[in-house]
Design a protein around this ligand. Structure first.
Ligand code: DSN
Length: 417
């Protein structure tokens, strides 16, 4: 791995090697993470990184872009085929940039936008006052029903009628259930709004047809290419043909300038790989593992928000265990299980403490863990939740976690070149 850096900068090489070791020896369960394949790591560092280009194939602002044109056209065609979309733009640098690109394409300052509340599972870029987009647009937020802890579609509909948004956004960072895209699309049409779905978290499950696709129902579908899609750290937007020109202008020059062509090369590989049987198998395992985890934790007295999961996310309300998200996250980190604290609806704690945690099953499913291992992880989580400050319990779980994950190498084809 990094054979040239190893010679020229041993100090930095040592830090990267340490991170590889950390990932190999820990049970990584951050819901927005996945493991990049050897091909993706190669392509992310390939010579396309040397090339600056702006614009679109056939209409670039820099000479020498003919090969880049070939690659971008291939990537776009693969993305369209994978998702059955009319149009795809692979230039956004991330899921956030993808969202900003749609805003740049269709919104004017002061327009009303309706998105899901951050503390109910939405995303920072969907209207949080902490995000700079809130200075330009007039965001209103819908949330979850107190009873079901799933999207309150009636509230969404009445807010849409009252506020008359230009854009309605669905999708988020911590929503474990399926979203009724058809219903929200109908609400959007009835109030003259455009409909955007941010499928960043579930893009891999959608690609593998393991959960329903938002593409037939939305004007725009934005995504990052990491998370369940298991690709490089980048973004993309899909849209209906009628919005293609506006979207392309929203991306460039609206939201970005030069393209990260090396990352686009990795995305192009990803869209071919994600259409295959091996990827689908992993995605089926992701969903099965999340269901098993939710059931096993519920059986041990954890309160699973919304009563279960339909995707890769399990959200827990830890008040039934008398601990905070921060304490649980820290204790599990010591043990070698990596998760994140997360706000839950009506959370009495601060965002830096929280009453909940979010757990994801993508990385462990890629490594091949299945129901028996997920059961052992749930049992360890239970032991840790019952004694988060007991060094004896934590050390015993730490040995067990290390022994469990050692049987599932991060890069089973051998050491990275
Ligand atoms: N929104 C953050 C997450 O889901 O973890 C990063 O994408």
């Amino acid at each position: 791995m990094l054979r040239h850096t190893r010679m020229s900068d041993p100090e930095l090489y040592g830090i990267v090697a340490e991170e590889l070791d950390r990932q190999e020896k820990n049970i990584e369960m951050i819901a927005s993470e996945s493991t990049e394949s050897e091909e993706l790591l190669e392509l992310s560092g390939c010579v396309f990184a040397n090339k600056t280009t702006e614009g679109y194939p056939g209409a670039r602002f820099q000479a020498g872009s003919q090969v880049a044109d070939k690659m971008e056209r291939l990537g776009v065609e693969r993305a369209k085929a994978l998702y059955g979309a009319d149009h795809a733009n692979l230039q956004p640098y991330s899921g956030s940039t993808a969202n900003y690109s749609v805003y740049a394409a269709v919104l004017k300052p002061g327009d009303v936008v309706l998105g899901m509340r951050l503390d109910h599972g939405g995303h920072l870029t969907h209207g949080s006052p902490a995000n700079f987009m809130s200075k330009f647009y007039n965001f209103a937020s819908y949330g979850l029903s107190e009873k079901t802890e799933q999207i309150d579609y009636d509230e969404l509909e009445s807010l849409a009628r009252e506020r008359r948004p230009r854009l309605i956004i669905a999708g988020g960072s911590a929503y474990p259930r399926l979203i009724d895209y058809e219903r929200i699309s109908g609400i959007a049409r009835s109030v003259g709004a455009l409909f955007m779905v941010d499928m960043a978290h579930v893009a891999g499950l959608v690609a593998a047809k393991v959960i329903p696709s938002p593409v037939p129902h939305a004007d725009f579908v934005t995504s990052s290419t990491t998370k369940t899609l298991c690709g490089p750290r980048g973004g993309m937007v899909l849209c209906r043909a009628e919005h293609a020109k506006a979207l392309d202008r929203g991306v460039f020059p609206g939201a970005i300038s030069s393209i990260h062509l090396n990352i686009m090369a990795a995305k192009t590989w990803l869209f071919k790989h994600a259409a295959g049987a091996e990827f689908r198998e992993v995605m089926l395992r992701v969903v099965d593992n999340a269901r098993v985890l939710a059931d096993e934790l519920a059986r041990r007295g954890f309160r699973v928000i919304s009563g279960g999961t339909d995707n890769h996310i399990v959200l827990l309300d830890l008040r039934s265990k008398g601990i905070t998200g921060k304490l649980f996250q820290d204790a599990l980190e010591y043990v070698g299980i990596t998760i994140n604290k997360n706000m839950i609806p009506a959370d009495p704690e601060k965002p830096s403490v929280t009453s909940g945690v979010r757990i994801g099953t993508t990385s462990v499913s890629q490594r091949g863990l299945g129901a028996p291992e997920i059961g052992r992880i749930a049992a360890m989580m239970d032991r840790v939740a019952d004694a988060p400050e007991d060094r004896g319990v934590l050390d015993a779980c730490r040995s067990e976690a290390l022994e469990l994950i050692a049987a599932f190498p991060l890069y089973p084809k051998g050491p990275l070149d």
